[in-house]
Each structure stands twice: as structure tokens, then as C-alpha cells.
Design a protein around this ligand. Structure first.
Ligand SMILES: Nc1nc2c(ncn2[C@@H]2O[C@H](COP(=O)(O)OP(=O)(O)OP(=O)(O)O)[C@@H](O)[C@H]2O)c(=O)[nH]1
Length: 491
């Protein structure tokens, strides 16, 4: 798995590559789009500015041509009826004017860059020459000349003029057909171009969309992983905090009873496992460090602190007791605020045969502590301690639960209280204890079992601990003894 910083770098790199790819694609689409638009515009401009006006001009020329033909025919009719030179001259001048119009139309046709038929120019020149001949003859102003001019005008010139008209008409028709065809083709081309551009635009935008989706996933995948990882981390932290808060006593910051209930299963399982392993080694006296000790500690006359100095002073005492207990216990031990002014230490890997050293240390540490309760003088307090072991019956580890061992420790605490306080008491089964005879799981059975000396109570010998040298060991003064059962109710 990549580290978070590598993940972030990868996302950043992917993001930059994505922007680059999208920018390139956008540039490509834009470029091709501009080219296609320019191309299409040019095509339409060609049709609009060149071909269509030219076509219109040709059509106009054709209609004018018809008018010329009609005028010429009426002229010819008139010349035969009243053949005067003046009229002939006048009419012919009109012919010349018409010729000029024809010439203009020819020029228009010539500009369309479609070559006129070769007969057209030839016929036009011939007609112009014939007209000049008529003018020349008429200018001589003799009856014979005038007659000749009229004849010429009516026959030769008119015939040539007709040739010009025919040639022009033919050419105009060709031009109209050719241009119509061209316009049609260009319309088709424009249609095709339009379709191509449509397909191109849809295709490229589809491609761009697809690429964008793919890039979004490509970038989004690791980004989501980072965000999910961050949220998961936050959630885990929040859960851990919640777990910690719900398992921690807010006054002393020690673990609470709920925490113990969730962790004891694992601790008892590993303890039983170690026991079984030790039994397989056939250790005769079971001098091992595999026991759990449950030590119940209660501050003596704590109520007086509250009553005399106030609840705040009581709280300060509990906080200091918590610190004393944590200091006395090992790191591997669990110190719990059992409730009120009562604490429980679950010490692991202890040897029950040397155990009282720890409980004596706890008792002495509390006794020697100067409790600062925000008054002008610190106060002194003592505590009572009760303990029991798990497994309770060494030879039969599975018989009693840890909860039962805790009840026994609590019972011993009351024994200590009843034995004058500032002391400790423990309990263990007699060496010949046979659990099969009757299940022991009720606290109410305990006094009875003590009386029968099936359970042995271990009590601190008060005098032995008075003025003990610092390097002495508690177990030297620790003597298992049977005492008469004392019910907590008698305390
Ligand atoms: N200040 C304070 N007092 C508490 C707290 N929890 C319990 N207490 C008090 O602790 C006192 C316990 O009093 P008792 O159960 O009579 O016991 P004791 O006075 O210590 O007497 P013995 O245990 O018999 O020596 C009660 O007054 C509770 O109100 C707490 O969190 N803070």
C-alpha cells in the first residue's frame, strides 16, 4: 500500500495529466471546428456572391434578349412598310444600342469564367461590322444608298443579328444549366459538410466526454481512497476516543469497571492457558508466575473526608489514591476505579506464594502519603485491602470465574475492615479443597467454607510490619492462617 504522501503526489500528477489531456483535446476540437467553420463559410460565400448573382444576371440577359428580338421584328415590319432613310437610321441606332446591351451581357457572361461558345464572339463581330456598313451607306444620303442600307439592314444585318441572338441564347442556356448544376452540387456539398461537421462535433464531444469521465475516475479513484482513508482514520480515532471515554473514569482517569469486563475474558484465557502448560510440565509445587491477583482497595473512613473538608477534598483524595495505586502496580497491571472510593487492581503474572509484597506496599504507600486537599495542612489516610487469585483453585483452574475471585477479594476487604482497617486480607482454598463435592459460586457460601477450614484466610500480622526495615520482604511475615469467618454485616 502506498503512503498517504505518495498517494497525494499520485493524485496531483494524475490531475495535471488530466488537465493537459483535456486542454490538448479542447485545442484540437477548437482548431478543427474553426477550420470546418471557415471552410463552410467559404463554400457558402462562393455560392452566394459569385454563382447566384451571375445566374440572375444571365437570366436577366436572356429576358432582355427576347425584348430585343421582338423590337427587331417590329422594326423589320416597319421598314418594309415605310422605308425612309431617316427611320432606317433611327431604327438602326436602336439596333446599335441593343448591340451595346448584348455586349454588356457578354461581358457579364465572360466574368463567370465559363467560356462562351466560339460562334458567339464571331457572330457578334460580324453583326457589328454589318451595322457599321449600314450606317456608312445611309450617311451618303442617296435614294439608292438608302435603299441599299434598308435592304442590308433588313436582310444581312438582321440575319447576322439573329445569329448573335441564337448564339447568346444558346450560351445563356448552357450557362444556366451549368450554374444550376453547380449550385446543386454545392448545396449537396454543403449538406455533406454540415453532416460531417455534425458527426465530427458529436464524435469529438463524445470522445471528450468519455475521456473526461475516464479521467475523472482515474483521478477520482485514488482521491476517494485518500478521502475514505482519512474519514476511516477519523472514524477510528473518534471510536477510539469514544471507547476510551466510555472506559475511563473521568475523575481519576483510571479505567472503569466496563473496561475490565471487556478485557478480562482475554486475560483469564491466557492465564488458564499458561496454567495448563505449567501442569503439563508436571511442576509439583506450582511455584509459577502465572496467576492473576484481584486486589480490592478501599479508603478508610473516606466519608469523614467529605463530611469534614467537602466533596472537592474527597475528589482530590481519590485522584491521589489513583496515582499511588498506579505507581505501586506494574505497567502490565490494570488499575480500575471499581466504584465510589473502591479500587481494583488486576495484577498479572504473579506468584501467589510471594504475593503479599504488593498489597503491603499499597497499604504502606497510602498510609505514608500526605494528601493535599487544598487546605493549609495535608491530611493522612489509610486504606484496607482484600485480595484473591485467579484461578482460585490452583489444581482446578476452570472451577471458579474471575467474577467469583473478585467477590472473594471484596469479601476479604470487609474482613480487613473488620480487622481494624489499614490492613489487608486474602483468601485461598485449603490444599485438600475438592471442588467436586459442591460447586462454589455463591458469596454466601464463603463464611461456611471458612468455618470448615476449606478456605484459608490470610491476614497481615500487624505487629510484624511495625517499623519494618525498608529492604524487608512482606512474605517473611506473611503466615496463612484460618480465622473465624466474619460476616461483612457485622462490621
Ligand atoms: N468526593 C467523593 N466522594 C465519593 C465519591 N464516590 C463515593 N464517595 C463517597 O465515599 C463515601 C464512602 O463512604 P462509606 O461507604 O461509608 O465508607 P467509608 O466512609 O470510607 O468508611 P469505611 O469504608 O468503612 O472505612 C460516601 O460518602 C460517598 O458519598 C466521589 O467520586 N467523590
Amino acid at each position: 500500500m502506498m503512503s498517504t504522501s505518495t498517494d497525494r503526489f499520485s493524485v496531483l500528477a494524475r490531475l495535471m495529466i488530466s488537465f493537459g489531456a483535456l486542454a490538448m483535446l479542447t485545442g484540437l476540437i477548437g482548431g478543427v471546428g474553426i477550420w470546418a467553420f471557415a471552410r463552410m463559410t467559404t463554400t457558402f460565400q462562393t455560392v452566394a456572391t459569385q454563382d447566384v448573382p451571375a445566374l440572375l444576371k444571365l437570366e436577366q440577359a436572356q429576358s432582355e434578349m427576347h425584348q430585343v428580338i421582338l423590337a427587331e421584328r417590329s422594326l423589320l415590319f416597319m421598314q418594309t412598310a415605310t422605308p425612309t432613310a431617316q427611320e432606317t437610321l433611327q431604327k438602326h441606332a436602336e439596333h446599335l444600342a441593343q448591340l451595346d446591351v448584348l455586349w454588356q451581357q457578354y461581358m457579364v457572361l465572360n466574368k463567370t469564367k465559363i467560356a462562351p461558345p466560339p460562334t458567339f464572339e464571331k457572330a457578334l463581330t460580324a453583326w457589328a461590322n454589318a451595322s457599321r456598313d449600314v450606317i456608312k451607306i445611309l450617311s451618303e444620303d442617296t435614294p439608292a444608298a438608302r435603299r441599299d442600307a434598308v435592304d442590308l439592314s433588313l436582310s444581312d444585318a438582321a440575319e447576322k443579328y439573329n445569329q448573335v441572338l441564337n448564339a447568346l441564347r444558346q450560351m445563356t442556356q448552357q450557362q444556366v444549366l451549368s450554374l444550376s448544376e453547380r449550385v446543386k452540387q454545392e448545396h449537396q456539398m454543403a449538406d455533406q459538410m454540415e453532416k460531417m461537421i455534425f458527426i465530427f462535433v458529436v464524435g469529438t464531444f463524445g470522445l471528450a466526454g468519455g475521456l473526461a469521465i475516464w479521467l475523472a475516475r482515474w483521478v477520482g479513484g485514488p482521491l476517494r481512497q485518500i478521502m475514505v482513508a482519512a474519514r476511516t482514520q477519523e472514524l477510528n480515532n473518534a471510536n477510539a476516543l469514544l471507547f476510551d471515554q466510555s472506559n475511563t473514569d473521568s475523575l481519576t482517569q483510571l479505567k472503569n469497571r466496563r473496561f475490565l469486563e471487556t478485557t478480562m475474558q482475554g486475560m483469564t484465557t491466557s492465564t488458564l492457558k499458561a496454567h495448563r502448560a505449567n501442569q503439563h510440565k508436571n511442576n509439583p509445587d506450582h511455584q509459577t508466575n502465572h496467576d492473576l491477583a484481584l486486589i480490592m482497595i478501599d479508603v478508610d473512613h473516606f466519608k469523614h473526608v467529605n463530611d469534614q473538608f467537602g466533596h472537592h477534598a474527597g475528589d482530590l483524595v481519590l485522584q491521589q489514591i489513583a496515582k499511588i495505586l498506579q505507581k505501586a502496580a506494574r505497567d502490565s497491571d490494570t488499575v480500575v476505579r471499581w466504584g465510589g472510593e473502591e479500587f481494583l487492581i488486576v495484577a498479572s503474572n504473579v506468584n501467589r506464594h510471594k504475593f503479599p509484597i504488593l498489597v503491603e506496599r499499597i497499604r504502606a504507600d497510602v498510609e505514608n502519603h500526605h494528601f493535599n486537599i487544598d487546605t493549609h495542612q495535608p491530611i493522612r489516610l489509610t486504606c484496607s485491602v482484600g485480595f484473591a487469585f485467579f484461578p482460585f483453585i490452583d489444581q482446578h483452574p476452570e472451577v471458579c470465574s474471575w467474577e467469583y475471585a473478585a467477590s472473594l477479594a471484596d469479601y476479604c476487604l470487609y474482613l480487613a475492615k473488620n480487622n481494624g482497617r489499614n490492613t489487608w486480607a486474602g483468601i485461598c482454598p485449603a490444599s485438600d479443597f475438592k471442588p467436586e463435592e459442591r460447586p462454589i459460586n455463591l458469596v454466601s457460601d464463603i463464611p461456611h467454607l471458612i468455618e470448615q477450614q476449606r478456605l484459608i484466610v490470610l491476614l497481615r500480622q500487624q505487629s510484624a510490619f511495625v517499623s519494618e526495615p525498608a529492604n524487608s520482604t512482606a512474605h517473611e511475615h506473611f503466615a496463612p492462617q484460618a480465622i473465624n469467618a466474619i460476616s461483612p454485616s457485622t462490621s
